[in-house]
Design a protein around this ligand. Structure first.
Ligand SMILES: [Zn+2]
Ligand SMILES: [Zn+2]
Length: 280
């Protein structure tokens, strides 16, 4: 079993890296990648743990970068890089700066638009996080007002902020990574398709444009993908000669997704179908 998309509590998951590694072993994954948003500290921890003791599963370095391309939210999964590579550290440094700016704007947005002000100790705890994301803002808001509903916090208070200025262009990411070892896969195409109501041809065209920028693979298998989606995305991967990747997008208790579940119906693709494995 392969799962190339999961998050620890160093980004917006809830498991520590060690807890996640224990789960990877207990469910018997053969190949896995930890893909925190904009950060690779969990990869460093995983690598040193795996070097220190016998570990059956093969680990592939990974990171998920949120980008923008023509107003589309594009999440890029970067795999099999060298964690000491200068290209990736430059990129992560840039991502950190943008995220910090976004978060200060978010505090301001919550205060001025929604009249939500955090106590100083709550605010300083949030700011102490290495990766501070919407999930953490949502948790803090929910703690202040338990009557609110999780999804509504995102829809009403967080996602209504225009964060265009704090996003990185997909083309910039491809450019910054072009000399680095590693491959880029497009995460959860279903989210792009549903958010923008794209038909097959429109999605195909978008992915083709991304391929021209340097995209190598498509996440054909993902916990939200039904067999119908898998068929469509396999066809796109096939026609564009893209590799196929598979990931659950596991976030611990922050999302109801099981580690290793890379299809909506729980079926398991064979390792032959996950052609990105040939790149590792
Ligand atoms: Zn994503
Ligand atoms: Zn993810």
């Amino acid at each position: 079993m392969t799962d190339l998309h999961m998050h620890t509590n160093l980004s917006d998951g809830t498991d520590t890296t060690q807890e996640l590694l224990a789960k990877v072993e207990s469910i018997g994954l053969d190949v896995f990648s930890i893909t925190d948003h904009d950060d690779i500290e969990s990869n460093e921890i995983a690598l040193s743990t795996i070097q220190q003791r016998k570990f059956d599963a093969k680990f592939v370095t990974g990171c998920e970068i949120s980008t923008i391309y023509n107003n589309f939210d594009i999440h890029l999964l970067f795999y099999n890089f060298d964690i000491k590579d200068d290209c990736i550290s430059q990129l992560l440094k840039k991502m950190k700066t943008l995220r910090t700016q976004r978060n200060f704007a978010m505090f301001e947005h919550l205060k001025s638009v929604h009249n939500i002000v955090f106590d100083e100790d709550v605010k300083s705890k949030l700011l102490q996080r290495k990766i501070l994301g919407k999930v953490h803002f949502a948790n803090a808001i929910l703690k202040q007002d338990a009557s609110l509903i999780w999804q509504q916090i995102f829809d009403n208070f967080l996602n209504d902020m225009d964060d265009t200025d704090f996003r990185i262009q997909a083309s910039t990411v491809f450019e910054m990574l072009k000399d680095a070892k590693g491959v880029v896969s497009l995460a959860h195409p279903i989210e792009i398709q549903e958010d923008h109501n794209l038909n097959f041809e429109q999605l195909f065209k978008l992915i083709k444009n991304l391929k021209d920028l340097g995209l190598v693979s498509l996440e054909v298998y993902h916990n939200k993908h039904t067999q119908r989606h898998i068929m469509q995305y396999s066809k796109i991967a096939d026609e564009l000669s893209l590799k196929v990747s598979a990931g659950s997008d596991y976030h611990g208790t922050n999302k109801k997704v099981a580690l290793g579940q890379v299809t909506a119906d729980g079926s398991v693709p064979s390792s032959k179908q996950i052609t990105i494995l040939n790149c590792f």
